[in-house]
Design a binder for this molecule. Structure first.
Ligand code: AHR
Length: 344
């Protein structure tokens, strides 16, 4: 039964007032306390700072486009900074990326994400982000820092497995070949996660006891994930290679495989038939090259990380627990399944 204020006894008036005061206190605590940030977050746009690597080719184009499109779709306030000089080799881009990260810390964004150009040397800036209470997500490339508290999560590919897949494809392809097959490895940026890990996975397969002496890498050509640099390095190698016949090329990316194909053709070789070419990425252009018969195999590395990235960013901004690694599942394409190839 409802009672009016007049009907309340002094004791019940006292308890009603007490309850009201308690309610106000609880509300005030919840607004001032640790939930304040989340309450505010629900009312305003999520602010994410992303530091991208310089654009080295079609893979990075698609990756950037995916991040920007997904931010727009979710109405995220994205501050996107990218190194503007793809000619800067590997570590030379690191100071620019650190500057970008520091600017995000200064702006007090909710979440920082970046694709580290190299694996090491990020401790200082990652600790600064931690001190500022800003979660950091690694997108596409990882770092070798072991302090897990510095990173909210990593989203991207299993680069070691990509290298293994390339190795397995070549081992199968040359199964019936007599003698040792000579391979050239066209390497991505020195000290970068994809270059180091793809190399590791590739070597792991080639050096398995059951495959020993089947294939051997006779030269490493440094292409820095860049078409022009890979082509110049491959040309220089071919001009000086008067010693051993080459039967295969493993390029750490599509862009560098296209460069190797062009350099091989210039030197009078027939890539795809006379010399087998395997790459990583499976961009649309890579898939077309398989159809044309100049590229034999493309191990997939998916660039469309935007949706997974902002799922993680929204969770990280609310301090929700995330898995240490979020690995994207990928395939391997050659002429047998090229109709399914293409991830852009
Ligand atoms: O980090 C991913 C790699 O970087 C892609 O394989 C390559 O194309 C890009 O340069």
């Amino acid at each position: 039964m409802r009672r009016t204020l007049k009907e309340l006894t002094p004791i019940s008036i006292y308890s009603a007032r007490f309850a009201f005061v308690c309610l106000i206190i609880v509300l005030a605590i919840s607004l001032l306390g640790p939930c304040t940030k989340y309450a505010q977050l629900n009312q305003r746009r999520l602010r994410v700072g992303f530091a991208q690597i310089a654009n080295e080719g079609p893979w990075r184009d698609t990756n950037t486009e995916s991040i920007k499109t997904e931010a727009r779709r979710r109405n995220v306030d994205l501050k996107f900074l990218e190194s503007d000089n793809p000619a800067l080799k590997g570590g030379e881009q690191q100071s620019g990326q650190k500057e970008a990260l520091r600017s995000f810390i200064k702006e007090r964004v909710d979440v920082i994400a970046f694709s580290p150009v190299v694996e090491t040397g990020w401790d200082d800036v990652l600790n600064e982000a931690k001190e500022a209470g800003i979660p950091v997500i690694l997108s596409d490339r990882g770092v070798s820092e072991t302090d897990e508290s510095l990173i909210a999560t990593f989203i991207g590919s299993d680069f070691v497995e990509e290298g293994r897949r390339a190795g397995r494809w070549l081992v199968d392809e040359f199964e019936d070949t007599q003698g040792t097959v000579n391979v050239i490895e066209v390497e991505g940026t020195r000290d970068s996660a994809p270059a180091m890990q793809r190399h590791r996975g590739f070597c792991e397969i080639l050096s398995r006891p059951e495959y020993q002496d089947r294939l051997r890498v006779v030269a490493w050509v440094l292409g820095n994930f860049n078409y022009d640099q890979a082509k110049a390095a491959m040309r220089a190698f071919l001009a000086n290679n008067d010693h051993q016949p080459i039967s295969a090329v493993f390029a750490h990316s599509d862009a560098m495989a296209f460069a190797a194909i062009a350099a091989l053709e210039e030197a009078g070789f027939k890539p795809g038939t006379e010399i087998k070419v395997v790459s990583v990425d499976a961009t649309d252009k890579g898939c077309n090259e398989i159809k044309k018969g100049r590229l034999n195999c493309a191990v997939e590395c998916k660039p469309r990380l935007g949706p997974a990235l902002f799922d993680a960013a929204q969770a990280a901004a609310k301090s929700m627990a995330l898995p240490e690694r979020i690995i994207i599942s990928e395939g391997v394409y050659d002429k047998s399944n090229v109709d399914k190839c293409g991830n852009e």
